[in-house]
Design a protein around this ligand. Structure first.
Ligand SMILES: Cc1ncc(COP(=O)(O)O)c(C=O)c1O
Length: 388
């Protein structure tokens, strides 16, 4: 059998895509499947954004663009960050990427090697741990606890930072828990990191717009003392319901930007032109569609949390952001993987095992509530029936 290099034995995956494939297969066989597995808004991209892409195609925007993105989009990102977080960002530090995912890949590939430690949230987005392991760096978990609303404790993080810590990955609001880190913890962490000036921070803020119940998002960009060692990951997928367009961005410190751009040139050259013009329209257009979407998510959040807490053996904390519920299922007597499988195969409900997000996810499931209220009600009824 043909074999790639040994490092591939350490490369993980995002199980949500496997669950999606199995759910689609069962649906194609005629089964009734409710998909709360994959994390994407169930809304259409707003019309004015779609129109901007069509106009770009009609105008003949069919060629390569600069690897880092079209200048108007890089400038629009800087204006948007000023508007939202009141921070000054040089458009030259903005790298437009096909989805935000390459930003984490580039950051980890750039900094990970045997002998280096990279800290990452656990439970957390699975690609962090996967790529850290791929590079041969040591993946050091930042353990997130239900009892603390799945927000990291700055003291716990700082206790694990050493001179070997090359990169710390943070993600708030979080996938898979919906946890939002309070400003005081971030203040404390940033203050403590003054003692480790060589440690770089990757802040994944892809859910920064999706907040509930008065939760506030604090961007790591608003801490001038770490700006020279901060990589920001943001994007359009979740905010503008644009997962399939594949567009996101990274803000890189000057010393790292050229390396990230070179990785872009070595892999995908540039993001497709029409999508970049659509992304300008998204940033420059009204925010109404975002507010509508977040309001709908908020209503569904209330519904799913209430329904999950009515299921025997299930307990679910109230998420402050993103669109995931992360219920504790220890009381059901099943482990997470077994319950994920049973729910899909026997009840036709696609969810993702908490263990897909790291070892700390044992005892939990992730349910995306980017689905209609009817689907949420039917899914939670099926789960209750299976477990009663
Ligand atoms: C925490 C987190 N970061 C980044 C991404 C990447 O999103 P995309 O590549 O679609 O922009 C996702 C997508 O699920 C996510 O959940």
């Amino acid at each position: 059998m043909l074999q790639p290099i040994a490092a591939f034995d350490r490369l993980g995956t995002e199980t949500a895509f496997e669950v999606l494939a199995r759910a689609n297969q069962l649906a194609a066989e005629g089964r009734s499947i409710i998909n709360l597995g994959i994390g994407q808004p169930d809304f259409r991209t707003p019309d004015h954004i779609v129109e901007a892409a069509k106009d770009a195609l009609d105008r003949g925007e069919h060629g390569y663009t600069p690897a880092a993105g079209i200048p108007s989009l890089r400038a629009a990102v800087a204006v948007d960050l000023k508007r939202r977080h009141n921070v000054d960002v040089d458009p030259n530090s903005v790298l437009i990427t096909p989805g935000a995912k390459p930003v984490m890949y580039f950051a980890i590939m750039m900094l990970g090697e045997p002998g280096a430690d990279i800290m990452y949230p656990n439970p957390g987005f699975p690609i962090y741990e996967s790529v850290i392991n791929f590079t041969g760096a040591t993946a050091v978990p930042i353990e997130l606890h239900e009892s603390e609303g799945f927000a990291f404790s700055a003291d716990e993080v700082l206790a694990k930072v050493t001179d070997r810590t090359r990169l710390i990955i943070l993600n708030s609001p979080s996938n898979p828990t919906g946890g939002v880190v309070p400003a005081e913890e971030i203040d404390k962490l940033v203050a403590g990191l003054a003692a480790y000036p060589e440690t770089i921070i990757l802040s994944d803020e892809v859910y920064s717009w999706i907040l509930y119940g008065g939760s506030q998002h604090v961007s790591l960009l608003s801490y001038p003392e770490i700006r020279d060692r901060l990589i920001l990951l943001e994007g359009w997928s979740k905010t503008y319901a644009m997962t399939g367009w594949r567009i996101g961005y990274g803000i890189f410190p000057p010393s790292l930007f050229a390396h990230a751009e070179r990785l872009a040139v070595n892999s995908y050259s540039c993001v497709n032109a029409a999508t970049q013009h659509a992304a300008v329209a998204a940033l420059e257009g009204p925010d109404d569609d975002i507010h509508k979407m977040v309001k709908a998510f908020d209503e569904r959040r209330e519904l799913i949390i209430r329904e999950l807490n009515n299921i025997p053996g299930v307990r679910c904390a109230d998420p402050g952001g993103a669109f995931y519920a992360f219920p504790n299922i220890e009381g059901t007597g099943f482990d997470s993987q077994t319950l994920q499988k049973k729910l899909l195969e026997e009840a036709g409900v696609a969810v993702v095992s908490g263990t897909s997000f790291g070892a700390m996810g044992q005892g939990y499931l992730r349910l995306s509530y980017a689905a209609s209220s009817e689907e949420i009600l039917e899914a939670t009824k099926r789960i209750r029936d299976l477990l009663s």
